[in-house]
Design a protein around this ligand. Structure first.
Ligand code: IPE
Ligand code: IPE
Ligand code: MG
Length: 247
């Protein structure tokens, strides 16, 4: 029989997160194109405005005490967009690396990449690797950039490496699969925010989002400000996370 005290302890453990700040916030930064269309501007301008929004949101989340932030910047499916849009996005990310990484490093932020670099040109690949290496020992927040990332691609790559390793079948478990993901030590997202109004995951963090709290807002990414972050954090704090249990 559970005493009242034990029961209370259990509730806290299972995580009624009242007032809690999530450790890991993942964001699907969507709606750049619609932001631009609403202003009769080309989609590329929406991407520029969206990129300009990244710094203030990352800094706000850092101030709030969030330890890990993962941003969905470019999916494995986004290659299907018009070639000019794809190359614009590539150039934009290169520009951001040049202008932002030194400052992120100064702030002690650790930058990591989720996804693969094989489709990128060698110079660009090197710039991403340099940014990751430069900040690797930083102790502050981790900023994970999902770029050329797909959740299915990540799982398929994990399975391939597991098969290659000839591990005995009985040793294949969730922990082993996790160890073969792009960033095995990254905790699962507690809160996943999607801007731009859709209620779908679009191939983001499929394995890791099993128990993430999902928050969708109509606001397009370039307009998503610190006060919108606060609204998402408040909504998160009111959620009751049960992880399949009865509490
Ligand atoms: C998100 O904005 C940015 C990327 C996917 C790279 P979109 O470009 O998808 O904007 P919408 O959804 O068309 O408005
Ligand atoms: C998800 O947005 C990918 C990124 C934000 C990078 P999309 O615009 O690609 O997603 P769909 O096509 O609406 O599902
Ligand atoms: Mg979109």
């Amino acid at each position: 029989m559970l005493t009242q005290k034990k029961l209370q302890a259990q509730v806290v453990q299972v995580g009624v997160d009242h007032g809690a700040i999530p450790d890991h916030v993942a964001i699907i930064m969507d709606g750049n194109g619609r932001w631009a269309s609403a202003r009769s501007r080309p989609r590329t301008e929406g991407h520029r405005a969206g990129t300009g929004n990244v710094r203030r949101i990352v800094q706000h989340l850092a101030r709030k005490g969030v330890k890990h932030v993962t941003l969905f910047a470019f999916s494995t499916e986004n290659w299907e967009r018009p070639a000019e849009e794809v190359s614009f996005l590539m150039e934009l990310v290169r520009e951001v690396i040049k202008t932002e990484v030194a400052e992120l490093h100064r702030q002690g932020i650790r930058v990591r990449h989720l996804g693969t670099l094989d489709r990128l040109d060698p110079g660009f690949r090197q710039e991403i690797e340099n940014a990751v290496a430069l900040t690797a020992l930083n102790q502050g927040m981790t900023l994970n950039v999902a770029f050329n990332y797909g959740g299915r691609d990540e799982i398929v790559r994990a399975v391939r490496r597991i098969v290659e390793s000839r591990v005995p079948v009985e040793d294949v478990d969730e922990a082993l699969v996790r160890r073969h993901l792009f960033c095995p030590e990254l905790p699962d997202p507690d809160l996943m925010i999607r801007t731009g109004g859709e209620f779908r995951i679009s191939n983001f963090l499929l394995f890791q989002s099993a128990y993430s709290e999902f928050y969708s807002t109509e606001t397009n990414w370039p307009d998503f400000g610190p006060e919108d972050v606060d609204r998402a954090l408040e909504a998160y704090a009111r959620r009751q996370r049960r992880f399949g249990k009865v509490i």
